[in-house]
Design a protein around this ligand. Structure first.
Ligand code: FES
Length: 102
């Protein structure tokens, strides 16, 4: 099925430097707003499935709150083992909306 841009929320609902969980088409996705850019990553940590949206972000790397595994928001790669790759999503802002490609 071809991917389409779907509204995930309003820009003002996403706090700078933080993540937020959205559910789009039945998928839980953590969207992070970092330096006015948006990043989407599946919201179930590769390690044991904990949500990532409350994780701290530094240099575009999110730290899982559960056991501190780290994932690059742009690629989904785990910093401890780059053969582990989480699913990421393209996210953009348009007018007042945040859109995700899904
Ligand atoms: S569940 Fe994320 S590091 Fe363990």
């Amino acid at each position: 099925m071809p991917k389409t841009w779907v509204v995930a929320g309003k820009i003002q609902d996403f706090e700078e430097g933080k993540g937020k969980e959205v559910k789009v088409q039945g998928q839980a996705i953590a969207i992070f707003r970092i330096d006015q850019k948006f990043y989407g990553i599946e919201n179930a940590c590769y390690h044991q499935g904990s949500p990532l949206h409350d994780g701290d972000v530094k240099d575009c790397v999110v730290t899982c709150p559960a056991h501190s595994w780290k994932f690059r928001l742009e690629s989904g790669e785990c910093t401890r083992d780059d053969s582990i790759v989480m699913r990421t999503y393209s996210v953009k802002a348009e007018n007042d909306d945040v859109l995700i490609l899904i």
